[in-house]
Design a protein around this ligand. Structure first.
Ligand code: TMP
Length: 209
């Protein structure tokens, strides 16, 4: 069986980290060899770019700077982690990928979607996730869940930004069959059960070829 590329997406407060754990547990139980990673990040240099991108600078951060930082980190991550793992037949579980760029920089920051698509095809070529689990949660619920957290530069954005981010994900999901939308407004245990089910179904399909 060749390697498969699984991504998880969702706004802050959607319970993404716990559900990445759930995907990884399901793969381990199925005896699948995988790499767990995240974006922006996944290599020492890409993690440094992540820190630069999330840091609360004393100057405003231009949307284009933000966009190029996430794609710079992605280029490094693809060449050092994602492509080598897939080429070796390993699975890759990635906490966020380019759908986040469309949602946050495209819809959130209102950057030109055609330019994003051009960067996407330049940096990734034909590579796309095989399945994307999108944890969907209403911005007001998400806001309550992260209220007590120390927030990074993205998390301090206002509600209307997250309303646009969510719309970005939903539009992207309607355009790409690889998306599974999971209602992350439900209690965490129910969300995890659904994530486990979707992952198991995907493993079964992959095994059938
Ligand atoms: P997280 O991994 O803890 O969710 O944090 C990553 C943050 O970076 C989150 O606010 C979403 C944001 N982000 C973008 O804005 N664009 C991107 O392309 C990616 C991968 C993440």
């Amino acid at each position: 069986m060749s390697g498969r590329f699984i991504t998880l997406e969702g706004s802050e407060g959607a319970g993404k980290s716990t559900n990445v754990d759930t995907v990884c547990e399901t793969l381990t139980e199925a005896g699948i060899d995988f790499v767990r990673t995240r974006e922006p990040g996944g290599t020492p240099m890409a993690e440094a770019l992540r820190d630069a991108m999330l840091h609360k600078w004393d100057e405003s951060v231009d949307g284009i700077t933000e966009l190029l930082l996430v794609f710079a980190a992605r280029a490094q991550h693809l060449s050092h982690v994602i492509r080598p793992a897939l080429a070796a037949g390993r699975w890759v579980v990635c906490d966020r990928f380019t759908d986040a760029t469309f949602a946050y920089q495209g819809y959130g920051r209102r950057l030109d979607l055609e330019k994003l698509a051009a960067l996407e095809s330049w940096i990734q070529g034909e590579l796309q996730p095989d399945i994307t689990l999108y944890l969907d949660v209403a911005p007001d619920v998400a806001e309550q869940r992260i209220a007590a957290r120390e927030k990074d530069r993205m998390e301090v954005e206002r509600r209307d930004f997250f309303v646009r981010v969510r719309q970005g994900y939903l539009d992207r999901a309607s355009e790409h069959e690889r998306f599974e939308i999971i209602d992350a407004g439900n209690p965490l245990q129910e969300v995890q059960a659904e994530v486990r089910l979707k992952t198991s179904e995907f493993i079964r399909r992959a095994r059938r070829g």
